[in-house]
Design a protein around this ligand. Sequence first.
Ligand code: IMP
Length: 424
Amino acid sequence: MAARMDVLLGAQWGDEGKGKVVDVIAPDYDVIARFQGGPNAGHTLLFEGRKHVLHTIPSGVFREGTVNLVGNGVVIDPVIFLKEVNALKAIGVDVRDSLLISRRAHLILPTHRALDAASEAEKGTSKIGSTLKGIGPTYMDKTGRNGLRVGDLELPDLKERYQSLVRKHERLLGLYEKPVATKEAEEEWLAAVEILRTMPFIDSEHYLDQALRDGKRVLAEGAQGTLLDIDFGTYPFVTSSNTISAGACTGLGVAPNRIDKVVGIFKAYCTRVGSGPFPTELHDTDGEHIRKVGHEFGSTTGRARRCGWLDLPALHYAVMINGITELAMMKADVLSDMDNLQVCTGYLVNGQRTERMPYDITGGIEPILEPVEGWGELRTEDPLPAGLELYIARIEKYVGVPINLVSLGPDRAQTVLRQGTLVH
Ligand code: IMP
């Protein structure tokens, strides 16, 4: 019987801990497929005392027998990809054994990175806070129908296509009066492309269709988070792809009626990196405490993340937009021992209470905060403390879906499955 695909994605502003959950549940799947984003992502996994950060390669790469697919919706920087491949090789993981790449995925050029930097510099204080990996300009070339795709690496006129795109970028960089990418960057890119070329390229829409017909279990792995979605996030302070569940359809070529479970990952509090509105942001010692204890520093850029209380209207919005069927709550341990925990249950917009995410949350919006009973130390082998169970029940009631996994620390082993298992 044909199987259906599950989707796992971020329900906040990214950095929710998706990599860890994918790694934990990967043994239940035959294929893990990334569907959007690129090296702006940093999926962190910790096991056997070692930390691993993945940017482009799906988080199933450490599980033997799992196929890892980079879908058409992803943008790939060959240089960063090569570094990732080499880092994995150094610890005995040969991605060639398990990695497939869609021919339709777009390539990030050094000039895309230069354009990203130029655009951000031009914006000045209203900058997005981009990771500067060239994500926006690459997706702009995709929708502008100028992009270079992985499949183009198989064409005899690749060099001409590359040069024609670079010339266009150089003209744009001239308008910004910014330097073009260096010759060394170009050489590094062309060398990395040679390695990328040796990877198996596939037509992933056909591959996944067959896999599902053969009864294989497929998990679509999202990057960033719902509130960074290009359409439904806090525009313009968003990334340039559809991070929501619908993005798994366009980013892999899988029809909507083949999606089964949608797993939303969220933290027991909120963080955001880069600019943009953040209604529950804390500018006090509580925020500093969360950042310190939660190691809230970007895994791709090292930037300090902004921290704040859990925002229930925003989480509810994520449940609605994505059709989330179950949730995984991460990092409850970070709030252990904190007094005076709070949670946002609504907003005051121009003095009016609402539980809905408004169109514009950039100004005139105030979070309505309510107190939360705290909880002490969390240990995987003990039952969850009453305070945390109450918090979980309150979130479930507000958003209307169960929290089936609670993560109590970064390690694979520090994971509690509630109500049976996640996904099944
Ligand atoms: P870009 O996608 O690099 O252009 O960045 C756009 C916005 O999304 C910035 O605010 C980034 O900080 C944010 N962003 C991009 N990728 C991630 C991520 O993986 N985690 C968290 N924030 C991200």
